[in-house]
Design a protein around this ligand. Structure first.
Ligand code: AMP
Ligand code: ZN
Length: 202
């Protein structure tokens, strides 16, 4: 019997038309109230641990108030201050962790869950929850957009330059390329072996 590789979190949704229609897409609304997941809360945002981290350090910054925005496609210039604030808070957290691993701060082009959430993720991808090519590609291709680019787009165009569903699908399905040295890699087990060379445990 073929065993599913995605037992812990839902597969990435890649169709804008059908996205976020199930009840599990609301789970982050509950997660931001879960003391076991909260790492920081202030007047505007809550930072939680990602329940299925794809790296050694993986958090999400989520606005406390439901502003009715689930995806970067719904953002406009008026949200620049909020995105900037979310990024700052994520950045501060990454510094507190005192690790020499680089972090990225950004969004999935097509998120699986609502509401809007900024990923704060260390770049080792050393995690048992990183199981599929889609997981890896969702954080290492243009499917992942840095919050700085989001802010630049909003300031310049009053929206984030969108990719089509087809482009997003293509990015998730593309061959594995090491984000660190650009080597092509055949599969996830080989990727894991390869990444150890770049990110030795300290
Ligand atoms: P996205 O694809 O940007 O919507 O990412 C959603 C993230 O939420 C993934 O990284 C999941 O690992 C994470 N996740 C899924 N369910 C939960 C949960 N109940 N609590 C916290 N994080 C979750
Ligand atoms: Zn490499």
């Amino acid at each position: 019997m073929k065993r599913s590789t995605q037992t812990h979190d839902k597969p990435l949704m890649v169709k804008k038309s059908t996205k976020m229609s199930n009840s599990w897409t609301n789970c982050l609304f509950h997660a931001i109230k879960d003391p076991n997941l909260i790492v920081l809360k202030d007047q505007l945002i809550t930072i939680i641990k990602d329940k299925y981290p794809k790296s050694r350090h993986h958090f999400m910054v989520i606005p406390n108030e439901d502003i009715g925005i689930n995806s970067i496609e719904d953002l406009s210039k008026c949200h620049v201050q909020l995105i900037d604030y979310m990024t700052d808070k994520g950045n501060q957290l990454s510094h507190k962790l005192n690790t020499n691993i680089a972090f990225r701060f950004g969004f999935h082009r097509i998120p699986s869950l609502k509401p809007l959430h900024l990923h704060v993720i260390s770049q080792d991808f050393d995690s048992k929850y990183l199981k599929t090519k889609k997981h890896y590609n969702s954080f290492t291709t243009n499917f992942f957009i840095d919050s700085k680019t989001v802010i630049d787009n909003l300031n310049q165009f009053d929206k984030v330059e969108a990719l089509t569903d087809e482009e997003c699908n293509h990015l998730l399905k593309q061959e594995i390329v090491c984000h660190f040295c650009r080597l092509k890699i055949a599969n996830i087990p080989q990727l894991k072996t390869h990444l150890v060379k770049h990110f030795l445990k300290s």
